[in-house]
Design a protein around this ligand. Structure first.
Ligand code: GAL
Length: 703
C-alpha cells in the first residue's frame, strides 16, 4: 500500500526541542513567529524527551507537549511525534541497570550518551510501551500530529546475557538443529564444532571473530532485534489508538543494519543527510548524496522524507565548514529532486548547552531574523511552496544499481582478496554516477528487490539496464532473477567477485560466478589483488562498438576470466602476465546481453559503458545528449536534446499524471547556460540558466 506523506505540501521544518526552553515562554512564542516567517510547516518533537515526559517513574507530564502541539497547529505547523526511546532517563538506568547496554567485551555501560539501551530488556520494553501507548492515546488523533517517528537513528548491539539468549532462540528458529548450524558455518574448521545451541556465543571482541557465518548471522540477528523492538513500539502506538503512519530516521551509508528489512514495517522511509559540503568539489559530494537519496527512495519505491539536514555547519564533523551561500537550498532541493516529499532540518533552535550547542540551526544563539542562515531558510521555504505541486509525484527509473547490505557484510568480513579495501560502495557509486552522467533517474536496490515494479498508473515496468557490481553473496532466487532479466531482453552488467558465496558465506564449488556462468559466458579463474598505487589497464578491442577506442585504468582487483564460445572481449588487459586476456566481456543471452567488468576500473569506463548500454537499449536521457562537457565554451548549442550538459549539472525527473517535473541542479560555482525544452513551464528559477548552486524546476505537460 502506498502511504501519503502529505497531500498538498512538501514538508519543511525540522527537529524542535521546546523541552529545553520551557522556562522561556518568550522564546517559545518567538520560535513560532520565526517558523512562520520561514514557511516552516512541520516540526519533529519528542525525540529525546523522555525525562521531560516522565520525570519520575510513573509520573507522566504531557502538558507542555500538548500545549506546544496545539499552539503549533493553530499556527499552521504540524508535528511528527517521536517516541522517546532513543535516550533514557537517569532514574530508569539507576533503578534497572539491565536497560544499559553491554559492549563486545562483555562490559555493562554506565549511564550516559544516547542510542544505547538493551533491546532485549523486558523493563525497557515495558516502560517504553507504556510511554508510547500513552502518547498515542493523548496525541494520536490530534489533527496537528501527522506521523510517528520511532526512536532515533537506531544502531548498535548489546551483548548482555539476555541478548545472547535471544540470539540462540533466533538461530534455533532459523536452522532447526545444531548440525545444520555446524554445516552452515563450516565449524569443522579449527575444531569449532558446537554440540548444542547453548554453547553458541555472540561474536565478541575477546571471543570468536573468525567464524564468518556466525558474524553474518549476528548482524542479521541485530537487524531483527531492532525490527522486533521497533515493532513493540508500533504495537504500543496502535494500542493507544493511533493509525497514523510510522517512520524511522535512517543514516548515511550505515551498514550496521540491513535497512531493507524495515521497508515493510515503515509506512514511509526517512533518512538524515549530513554531507561535508565543500570538502571536495560540490558535484562529487552531490553525487555521493544522490546515491543515498536514490537508495532510500528505492527501499519502498515511494516518496521519502529527508528527516534531518543541517541548515549551517554541524559540530561533529572533523571540521565545521559553513555552507557557502546557496548550498543550503541546493541541499534541501536535492532531496526533492530525488523523490522526497519533504526536507527537514536538525534543528529549529540551537541548544544553549551540552554537546550540540554549536550545531547549526535555523535560529541561532543570537536569535534574530537578520542572519544569513535564517534568510536562506526563508528563501528555501518560499521556493518549496512554489513547487508544492510535485508532492506525491513518483520517480520512474529506467535503470538500477544493486547495492546489497548483507552481501557487503559477508564480502567485507570475509578475509581476502584485498583486506586493504574492496571498495564496494565506491564501485556501486561509479555505476550510479555513470547513470547520472548520462542523465537518467537511477534506483539503488537490494538484490532481493524485483527488477520489474508496478506503477499504479502505467502497469509494470522493467529496468532496461541493471548493474550488479560485486554481488559476492547470491542465492538461487537472485541468480534466477538476474538470468531471467537478461534473457527477457535487459542489459545486465556484472563484475568481478560475483557469485562467490552462499547465504551463510560458504564458498560455491564448481566455478563462479555461481548460477551466472552460462549467462555471462565466463568462468572466473583467478583474482589478482594489486597493492595500493599499482594499476593495470583495459585496452579497447578493435571492432567492438560499445566503447570509444581507448585505454582505461584499473586498480585494486583484476579477475582473470575463461571465456565460453560466443563471448567476446571488449577490453583486454594491457600489462602483466595476463596481458591480452579479457578485462570486459559481452555475451548475448536470450534476448538480452550480459557484460562482465573484470577489474576495478576508473569512472570513465563506467560512464562510457553505461552510456553505450543505455543507447543500445534505446533509453534517452531526460535532457541533453547523454554526454558531459567540462568546458563552458562547449555548452552553447541550439537545442536541449543536442546539448552536452556540463558535468556539474544534475538532472532528475518526477512524474504525476500527465505532468513530468524536471529538476536541474547546478553543483558548480559558475552560472551554466543552455537551452531548456521549449514546451517547459518554469516553476522555479529562470529559463535558460542555472546560477551556482541553483535549482531550476520545469514542468512538461504530456498530452
Ligand atoms: C543526527 C541525530 C540528531 C542530531 C544530529 C546532529 O545524527 O539524529 O539527533 O544529533 O545528528 O547532526
Amino acid at each position: 500500500m502506498r502511504h501519503i506523506i502529505s497531500k498538498e505540501k512538501l514538508l519543511y521544518g525540522g527537529d524542535y526541542n521546546p523541552e529545553q526552553w520551557l522556562d522561556c515562554p518568550e522564546i517559545l512564542a518567538e520560535d513560532i513567529k520565526m517558523m512562520r516567517d520561514a514557511h516552516i510547516n512541520t516540526v519533529t518533537m519528542g525525540v529525546f524527551s523522555w525525562s521531560a515526559l516522565e520525570r519520575e517513574e510513573g509520573k507522566y507530564d504531557f502538558g507542555w507537549l500538548a500545549e506546544r502541539i496545539d499552539t503549533l497547529y493553530q499556527n499552521g505547523i504540524s508535528t511528527i511525534l517521536a517516541t522517546p526511546s532513543g535516550a533514557k532517563p537517569k532514574w530508569l538506568a539507576d533503578k534497572y541497570p539491565e536497560v544499559l547496554r553491554t559492549d563486545p567485551m562483555g562490559l555493562r555501560a554506565r549511564y550516559g550518551f544516547r542510542h544505547n539501551h538493551c533491546m532485549s530488556s523486558p523493563v525497557y520494553r515495558e516502560k517504553i510501551y507504556e510511554m508510547d501507548r500513552r502518547l498515542s492515546a493523548a496525541f494520536g488523533t490530534h489533527p496537528g500530529v501527522i506521523a510517528w517517528h520511532i526512536n532515533n537513528e537506531m544502531q548498535g548491539a548489546c551483548f548482555c546475557p539476555l541478548c545472547q539468549a535471544r540470539f540462540r532462540i533466533w538461530l534455533k528458529d532459523r536452522y532447526g538443529s545444531i548440525d545444520a548450524v555446524n554445516r552452515a558455518w563450516n565449524t569443522a574448521f579449527w575444531s569449532h564444532t558446537y554440540n548444542s545451541f547453548d554453547q553458541i556465543e555472540a561474536p565478541m571482541a575477546n571471543g570468536e571473530l573468525m567464524l564468518h557465518g556466525l558474524t553474518l548471522d549476528w548482524m542479521r540477528f541485530t537487524t531483527w532485534q531492532h525490527k522486533d523492538f521497533t515493532q513493540s513500539e508500533i504495537n504500543a502506538i496502535r494500542a493507544g489508538g493511533s493509525r497514523l503512519p510510522v517512520t524511522m530516521n535512517m543514516m548515511y551509508d550505515f551498514d550496521g543494519l540491513d535497512y531493507k528489512e524495515f521497508a515493510d514495517q515503515m509506512d514511509y522511509v526517512s533518512w538524515d543527510n549530513y554531507p561535508a559540503w565543500h570538502k571536495k568539489p560540490e558535484r562529487v559530494t552531490a553525487a555521493d548524496t544522490a546515491f543515498e537519496h536514490d537508495f532510500f527512495r528505492s527501499l519502498k519505491r515511494q516518496p521519502f522524507l529527508m528527516m534531518e539536514s543541517c541548515p549551517s555547519a554541524t559540530n561533529w564533523q572533523s571540521v565545521s565548514m559553513l555552507k557557502r551561500p546557496g548550498m543550503l537550498e541546493a541541499q534541501e532541493l536535492q532531496a526533492i529532486a530525488h523523490g522526497a516529499d519533504g526536507s527537514l532540518y536538525f534543528q529549529i533552535r540551537q541548544s544553549r548547552g551540552a554537546s550540540e550547542k554549536f550545531h547549526g540551526a535555523v535560529i541561532d544563539h543570537y536569535g534574530g531574523r537578520d542572519t544569513r542562515v535564517f534568510r536562506e531558510c526563508v528563501k528555501t521555504g518560499a521556493d518549496l511552496e512554489k513547487i508544492k505541486e510535485v508532492t506525491g509525484s513518483r520517480t520512474v527509473s529506467p535503470a538500477a544499481v544493486i547495492f546489497d547490505t548483507v552481501s557487503r557484510w559477508a564480502m567485507e568480513g570475509s578475509q581476502g582478496p584485498r583486506n586493504a579495501g574492496l571498495h564496494y560502495r565506491e564501485t556501486c557509486k561509479k555505476a550510479a554516477s555513470a547513470l547520472q552522467a548520462y542523465g537518467v533517474n537511477a534506483d539503488i536496490i537490494p538484490a532481493a528487490w524485483d527488477f520489474a515494479y508496478g506503477d499504479p498508473e502505467e502497469g509494470p515496468q522493467f529496468y532496461r539496464v541493471l548493474i550488479c557490481p560485486m554481488l559476492y553473496m547470491t542465492d538461487a532466487a537472485a541468480e534466477e532473477k538476474l538470468r531471467k532479466f537478461a534473457a527477457a531482453g535487459g542489459t545486465l552488467i556484472l563484475t568481478y567477485w560475483t557469485g562467490i558465496a552462499d547465504q551463510t558465506d560458504l564458498c560455491y564449488i564448481g566455478g563462479t560466478p555461481h548460477g551466472l556462468m552460462e549467462a555471462a559466458g565466463v568462468r572466473a579463474e583467478e583474482i589478482d589483488a594489486l597493492y595500493d598505487g599499482m594499476s593495470n589497464s583495459g585496452e579497447a578491442v578493435p571492432g567492438q562498438n560499445i566503447l570509444p577506442a581507448r585505454s582505461y585504468q584499473c586498480e585494486n582487483l583484476c579477475e582473470l576470466e575463461r571465456l565460453s564460445a560466443g563471448t567476446e572481449a571488449v577490453l583486454i588487459y594491457g600489462s602483466d602476465f595476463y596481458q591480452g586476456k579479457a578485462a570486459l566481456t559481452v555475451h548475448k543471452y536470450g534476448s538480452g546481453r550480459v557484460y562482465l567488468v573484470a577489474a576495478d576500473f576508473e569512472q570513465d569506463l563506467w560512464t562510457d559503458l553505461v552510456r553505450g548500454a543505455l543507447r543500445e537499449q534505446g533509453v534517452r536521457p531526460i535532457l541533453g545528449n547523454g554526454t558531459r562537457s567540462a568546458r563552458p565554451d562547449q555548452r552553447d548549442v541550439s537545442s536541449s536534446r543536442k546539448v552536452s550538459l556540463p558535468e556539474e549539472v544534475f538532472v532528475t525527473s518526477r512524474r504525476s499524471g500527465n505532468a513530468v517535473y524536471l529538476f536541474l541542479q547546478n553543483f558548480g560555482r559558475e552560472t551554466v547556460r543552455f537551452p531548456f525544452p521549449e514546451e517547459a513551464e518554469v516553476l522555479l528559477g529562470t529559463g535558460g540558466e542555472i546560477e551556482p548552486f541553483g535549482t531550476v524546476v520545469l514542468k512538461i505537460s504530456l498530452h
